[in-house]
Design a protein. Structure first.
Length: 276
């Protein structure tokens, strides 16, 4: 009788993740997020170079009809399967009384997309009680599907991925391209960083930058002005790939975070010291 009782206890323990959400709830949302990201990504690829309408939301802040069409696809999957869940999106959020929140960016890299630069993707994250537990990124032009699961690792097209172990002198730094918003601070910090890292890149797409860190192609990203829908999935991806993520002062990141550092972990403290 002892053996079966022990097995039952193990089963019960594994049916939950650390914040108490049932694994069934976790897995079903992950699967729907993957399905939605792929369908939205197919639309982005099909319409790439064929935008019908561009609208200005603010100073140098643009949205296209493709952003909105992609968002409709993702929302339709969520509402059909989880009508009780909240949705935080760049264009039209839906607030409900639910412990689950979907955080979506239907087209990350809109300005690249507008200029026919093939650096863009779809980002979908799921948070439970304000903690991100699922992160999905799809880069349609490269057919790259990144999946991050809390406590389950990070994957690219089904293969486990890990951050690099490069030191700061070998590091590729991805830096925030929105320098105009905090010009003096950001240029001062960039000047310090340039002297220490190997090189600097600005992709104009958070999902591209963070996915490169997660698979070891770059070592660190420093952002000051990102929105939650830009980075929620990507930060979980980096963390689950063995990296480290924090706010700009080194504190724990959460869904209220704006500025952050995401790195391979090995150089995290050095980067934080350079931007303070």
């Amino acid at each position: 009788m002892v053996g079966p009782v022990r097995n039952i206890k193990v089963q019960r323990k594994e049916s939950k993740i650390s914040n108490g959400v049932d694994l069934t709830e976790f897995i079903t949302r992950k699967n729907i997020a993957i399905k939605a990201a792929k369908q939205a990504g197919r639309l982005l690829s099909q319409r790439f170079g064929r935008i019908d309408k561009i609208t200005a939301k603010g100073d140098r802040d643009l949205v296209t009809d493709i952003d909105l069409a992609s968002e409709r696809i993702i929302k339709s999957h969520i509402i059909k399967n989880f009508p009780q869940d909240s949705i935080l999106s760049e264009e039209s959020p839906i607030e409900r009384k639910s412990e689950f929140k979907w955080i979506i960016d239907p087209l990350d890299g809109t300005h690249n997309y507008i200029h026919d630069i093939a650096i863009f993707g779809v980002s979908i994250a799921v948070a439970y009680k304000d903690e991100v537990i699922v992160g999905i990124i799809y880069i349609p032009e490269d057919d790259e599907l990144y999946v991050a699961q809390k406590q389950k690792g990070a994957y690219l097209n089904g293969k486990r991925i890990y951050v690099s172990q490069r030191k700061i002198r070998q590091a590729t730094l991805i830096f925030d391209s929105s320098i105009r918003y905090q010009k003096n601070r950001m240029l001062k910090n960039l000047g310090r960083l340039i002297d220490e890292v190997f090189n600097v890149r600005m992709f104009g797409s958070t999902v591209r930058g963070l996915s490169y860190i997660a698979e070891g192609k770059a070592e660190v990203e420093v952002e000051y002005n990102d929105k939650l829908w830009d980075f929620a999935a990507g930060l979980l991806l980096v963390k689950e790939a063995g990296g480290r993520v924090s706010d700009l002062s080194g504190g724990k990141w959460n869904i209220k975070t704006k500025g952050y550092v995401a790195s391979n972990g090995r150089i995290h403290k050095e980067i934080l010291a350079l931007i303070r």
